[in-house]
Ligand binder design. Structure first.
Ligand code: SF4
Length: 266
C-alpha cells in the first residue's frame, strides 16, 4: 500500500512531550501544559481532549477581508517528510488519556493514501476516534471509510482573494461534499458541515449550498465566526450565533484561539 510517507507542516504532531520512541522532547508543548494534548477548538467535538496531526500543502488560497488563512504556514510553508508509521507512533506515545486524534492541514486530502494509512495504523495501536478536517474539494473513498468524523468546511465567496480565480472556481464542489455525506451515511460514520461566518449575507450562500445536498440534518451544519484573535471573533460571534438560531443550525466557537491565542502547535 502506498501512503508510507506524510508531508507534515511545521507543528506536525502536537502538542506532544515525547517522540515516537518515548524519548522526552527538548521543547515543551506550545500549549503551556506540562503534558501532551490540547482541546479540539471547533466543531461538534469542541472541548474534547485531542492530539493533532497537521499536514502540509493546500489547494485553496483563502484570504478573507482583513483575515488571511490562519494556517498559511501549513498551506504554503516548509514541509517535513516523515514516515507514516513514525507519525502514528508519535501520536500513540503521547495519547495518555486522550482518545481523539484530529488530522488537519492545510488540506489533508492532498495526501489521501498517507491519511488512510495513518487512520488504519492508529486504529491498530489504540482505540482512538479520528477526525479529518478538509476543505471538501477533494474526495477519496479510502479516507472517507477510515475516519470517524469527516469535517467538511466548504469556503464561501468571502474567502476568495482578489487575484486568484482558481480559488474561486474550486472552493465549493457539491459533488465532493455529497459523496462524503453519502459515504458517511452508508458506513454509519459522522460528518459535519462547518462554515466560516463573516457577515449576514453568508447565510444566503450557505442555504444555496445546502439546497444542492441531501442526507444532512440541521445539527450537522455549524457556523464558526471569522477571526484570528479573541477580539475579532467577538465582533462577529453574536451575528453568527443569531444566524445559527434563526436557521436552526449550530454555532461553534474557536475555543483554541480564546484559550491559547492564534499560534501554531496548540
Ligand atoms: S482551505 Fe484552509 S488551509 Fe487552505 S487556504 Fe483555506 S483556510 Fe487555509
Amino acid at each position: 500500500m502506498s501512503g508510507d510517507w506524510l508531508s507534515l507542516a511545521a507543528d506536525g504532531v502536537f502538542p506532544v512531550t515525547v517522540d515516537g520512541d518515548g524519548r522526552a522532547l527538548a521543547a515543551p508543548p506550545a500549549s503551556g501544559f506540562p503534558f501532551a494534548g490540547t482541546v479540539q477548538g471547533e466543531g461538534k467535538l469542541c472541548g474534547i481532549p485531542s492530539l493533532f496531526v497537521r499536514l502540509a500543502g493546500c489547494n485553496l488560497r483563502c484570504a478573507w477581508a482583513g483575515c488571511p488563512c490562519d494556517t498559511v504556514y501549513a498551506a504554503r510553508g516548509t514541509a517535513t517528510r516523515v514516515a507514516t508509521l513514525e507519525v502514528a507512533r508519535r501520536v500513540a506515545r503521547n495519547l495518555g488519556n486522550i482518545r481523539h486524534v484530529v488530522i488537519t492541514g492545510g488540506e489533508p486530502l492532498l495526501q489521501p493514501r498517507g491519511v488512510e494509512r495513518l487512520c488504519r495504523l492508529l486504529g491498530e495501536m489504540a482505540p482512538v476516534h479520528v477526525t479529518v478536517e478538509s476543505n471538501a474539494t477533494l474526495f477519496d473513498e479510502g479516507v472517507a471509510d477510515a475516519v470517524d468524523l469527516m469535517s467538511l468546511s466548504p469556503k464561501l465567496a468571502t474567502s476568495a482573494p482578489a487575484t486568484d480565480a482558481g480559488h474561486h472556481a474550486a472552493r465549493v464542489d457539491a459533488g465532493v461534499i455529497q459523496r462524503f455525506i453519502s459515504r458517511a451515511g452508508e458506513r454509519g460514520r459522522d460528518f459535519q458541515l462547518k462554515f466560516v461566518f463573516s457577515a449576514a449575507e453568508d447565510a444566503v450562500e450557505i442555504r444555496k449550498i445546502l439546497a444542492r445536498l441531501r442526507g444532512w440534518r440541521n445539527e450537522d451544519v455549524l457556523l464558526m465566526p471569522l477571526g484570528a484573535t479573541t477580539e475579532a471573533l467577538q465582533r462577529v460571534a453574536l451575528a453568527a450565533a443569531g444566524c445559527a438560531v434563526r436557521e436552526g443550525w449550530r454555532y461553534c466557537d474557536r475555543l483554541h484561539v480564546s484559550l491559547f491565542g492564534n499560534r501554531p502547535g496548540v
